[in-house]
Ligand binder design. Structure first.
Ligand code: HAM
Length: 414
């Protein structure tokens, strides 16, 4: 029954088994966010293209190659959001949230879009969970944000998670460092990959991310940004490390940690899971103290992260089992079908999970179907109006009263 239509390349359908696992991940995250006071926010699936050009950065892969950008009917350039931080900051400014008590702590979940080469854990439409704490530069906020993601991954049972931590420092110190790094890259140009060589001037930090042997060799000997931090940034970073240590969060300092977005300053972090293979990052983020100003707002420090739901699912490597039903209402005689439907409605309103035959099956067929959907009971409506309640596990059957059915089924529901 295949049709010539398929989900577009890099996208996928979420079928019920996977949808259940996703719902559980989102519910766990919502609980963790609420417990720490991160209020939910939702922004549109598309924004003005310039928001991302300015926010994410014109030299990033995301803006250069990966955005789904189109003109709307009014000739405006629109982009399907590749990430959530710039949109949340746009909303923060648009709704005057800088006038609220700071920091404003927000959480979100939803679809994001990047035109990447599809592979396991990398899709063109994917889903993120994330938080942003806007309006504080305190290292406490860095530690809190990181702890939330650590808690989420632990509570979900994601195996083999490691936290990598780094600091990018202030833009000024980073500028001086970048000149030093560029000089190192230029001095070793012959060993670099073509891609890295072409971007020495535009984005030399990305060279740390390269996976070809030549570039990796050059980068092993490159100067490291964490060794070049200014005093205030170094202190900030030391404080974040001390807070995480005090909270019992394990981490590793990664001097070559870089992220694919330009807005980061000071703390950056990445939670990786070895079992994921090439796309090993389950979630990550960092501080972006200059982004709100970049978007036209007042100077406003902030920190946040996002985790990929598909990567979490992949790392968990399992799907949630279908929940059973409390009861299936079967009819021994077609004359009882109307009553069966009414009874199913009553039982559902009483909070029970109840199905009824919608396919005109014989009684034998109905009981088989009751078994298939995992019903714990079958209430069989006989031709004379009496009811037999069957325990689907033991096969035992006994007469039951319609007015007490909810109690009898509910009392035994596990
Ligand atoms: P990001 O590192 O670009 O950061 O993405 C965050 C997470 O989204 C990644 O760790 C990964 O799990 C998932 N992800 C990214 N791209 C894909 C893809 N093509 N397919 C599947 N999963 C993907 C951000 O987006 C920042 N906005 C995070 C942040 C929030 N920083 C501060 N606040």
């Amino acid at each position: 029954m295949a049709s010539r239509f398929q989900a577009p390349r890099g996208t996928f359908d979420v079928l019920p088994a996977a949808a259940r696992s996703r719902a559980r991940i989102e519910a766990t995250a919502a609980r963790i966010f609420a417990r720490a006071g991160y209020e939910p926010i939702a922004t549109p699936a598309f924004e003005e293209t310039e928001l991302f050009e300015r926010g994410v950065g014109r030299s990033t892969d995301i803006v250069r190659k990966e955005m789904f950008t189109f003109e709307d009917k009014g000739g405006r350039s629109i982009t399907l959001r590749p990430e959530g931080t710039a949109p949340v900051c746009r909303a923060y400014l648009e709704h005057g949230m800088h006038k609220l008590a700071q920091p404003v702590k927000l959480s979100y979940t939803g679809p994001f879009f990047r035109h990447e080469r599809p592979q396991a854990g990398r899709h063109r439409q994917f889903h993120q969970l994330g938080v942003e704490a806007i309006g504080t530069d305190s290292p406490l906020a860095d530690a809190e944000a990181i702890m939330l993601l650590a808690d989420l991954l632990a509570e979900l049972g994601v195996p083999g998670v490691e936290l990598r931590l780094g600091s990018l420092g202030s833009p000024a110190a980073r500028q001086a460092y970048l000149e030093e790094l560029k000089a190192h890259l230029r001095a070793n140009e012959a060993e670099l990959s073509k891609d890295v060589r072409e971007r020495i001037e535009l984005n030399p930090l990305r060279a740390f991310d390269a996976d070809d042997e030549g570039t990796r060799g050059v980068m092993a000997a490159a100067p490291k940004l964490v060794e070049r931090l200014e005093d205030a940034d170094a202190e900030h970073f030391a404080e974040v490390r001390a807070l995480l240590g005090g909270a019992g969060v394990d981490f590793e300092i990664d001097p070559s940690l870089v992220r694919g977005l330009d807005y980061y300053t000071r703390t950056i972090f990445s939670f990786v899971c070895a079992e994921l293979g090439a796309q090993s990052e389950v979630g990550g983020g960092g501080r972006y103290d200059g982004l709100i100003e970049q978007l036209g707002g007042p100077p406003t420090p902030a920190i946040g992260w996002a985790a990929g739901i598909e990567r979490i699912l992949l790392a968990l490597g399992e799907q949630d089992e279908a929940p059973g039903r409390d009861a299936f209402i079967a009819v021994a005689d077609d004359g009882q079908r109307q009553r069966a439907m009414a009874l199913a409605g009553e039982l559902r309103n009483a909070g029970l999970a109840v199905e009824v035959d919608l396919a005109g099956r014989s009684l034998k067929g109905q009981l088989k179907h009751a078994d298939r959907v995992g019903a714990r009971h079958a209430a069989i409506l006989e031709a004379d109006g009496s009811i037999q309640l069957r325990d689907m596990r033991s096969g035992e059957q006994r007469p039951a009263d319609a007015s007490r059915l909810a109690e009898e089924i509910g009392g035994e529901a596990s």
